[in-house]
Design a protein around this ligand. Structure first.
Ligand SMILES: Nc1ncnc2c1ncn2[C@@H]1O[C@H](COP(=O)(O)OP(=O)(O)OP(=O)(O)O)[C@@H](O)[C@H]1O
Length: 260
């Protein structure tokens, strides 16, 4: 770990987490740390439980065992109002972008501002305009989701996730369904936002280009052992991870081809 990383403050800590749907144990004994300012990638093969991990981090799923701490504060042991406050500090963009099709982009961003904060109409409109400008959508405030491209819809989804100035931004498969150029533009925007807004960003993705471009820290969920395969800088894991299956995954299966 570099000196810079050692000086980083702990933001999220996952302790002995087991995730299950009923009696189906998806992942067990997960331990890892996310530091302030990280762009943290949750990665692993299809169906390993990446989205479920994200749902646990934002309080939508209850751990079967273990705990999740935000700045040292237990999510599991928190009171209902304590939890609500912790959740409020998270902004989430779901896989589909999940914009309301009957609302303009500005109205979509205004929605959480009116729902969870007491801004006047004018304040909310001005905040929405600002958030849309952060994601390069100035001038598109009055457009409907059906009138913009997939990449723009994703960016609008990010603007909505940023509405309440979150401390952690969660993105579920942000580049899914985008052409390579739009995906790259979105990745660059994610990097810019995380640095300019000094946020911690947690991204669920299996797009290797994204992983190496934006991620400085990560976990790899191992679908075979149903536990944590590795944690650390994705490039480091690609080049030095002890587990050949993870190195292979991160090199798009090239190791099999050369018989490593
Ligand atoms: N609500 C649910 N109830 C029961 N099982 C579920 C539920 N949601 C997900 N699962 C199962 O849990 C497993 C992990 O799902 P999850 O969506 O978290 O994986 P993922 O790694 O995000 O997958 P992908 O990369 O394909 O999006 C899958 O086998 C899925 O069928």
């Amino acid at each position: 770990m570099s000196k810079q990383e050692q000086e980083k403050k702990l933001h999220i800590e996952v302790q002995d987490l087991t995730m299950a749907y009923g009696s189906f144990v998806l992942m067990k004994d997960l331990n890892f740390k996310v530091y302030e300012g990280d762009v943290f990638i949750i990665m692993g093969a299809s169906g390993c439980g990446k989205s479920t991990m994200m749902r646990h981090l934002i309080g939508l799923n209850e751990p079967a065992k273990g705990d999740i701490l935000y700045r040292g504060e237990s999510f599991v042991k928190a009171s209902a109002s304590g939890r609500e406050q912790m959740v409020r500090r998270c902004g989430v963009m779901y896989q589909s972008g999940a914009l309301w099709s009957s609302m303009t982009l500005a109205e979509n961003v205004i929605l959480p501002l009116k729902q969870f904060a007491s801004y006047s109409d004018r304040e909310a409109e001005s905040i929405a305009r600002y958030k849309l400008s952060l994601v390069g959508l100035s001038g598109f405030e009055d457009f409907y989701p059906s009138e913009i491209s997939g990449g723009m819809a994703k960016r609008a989804g990010v603007a909505r996730a940023l509405a309440l100035d979150p401390e952690v931004l969660f993105l579920d498969e942000p580049s899914a369904g985008l052409d390579p150029l739009s995906a790259r533009r979105l990745d660059e925007m994610i990097l810019e936002l995380s640095s300019n807004l000094k946020m911690t960003t947690v991204v669920v993705t299996h797009e290797l280009e994204s992983i190496f471009l934006i991620g400085n820290n990560s976990i790899f969920l191992d679908v075979n052992t149903r536990t944590l395969g590795a944690t650390g800088n994705p490039k480091h894991l690609r080049d030095h991870c002890e587990n050949p299956m993870i190195r292979n995954f991160l090199r798009r299966g090239e190791l099999n081809a050369i018989g490593d």
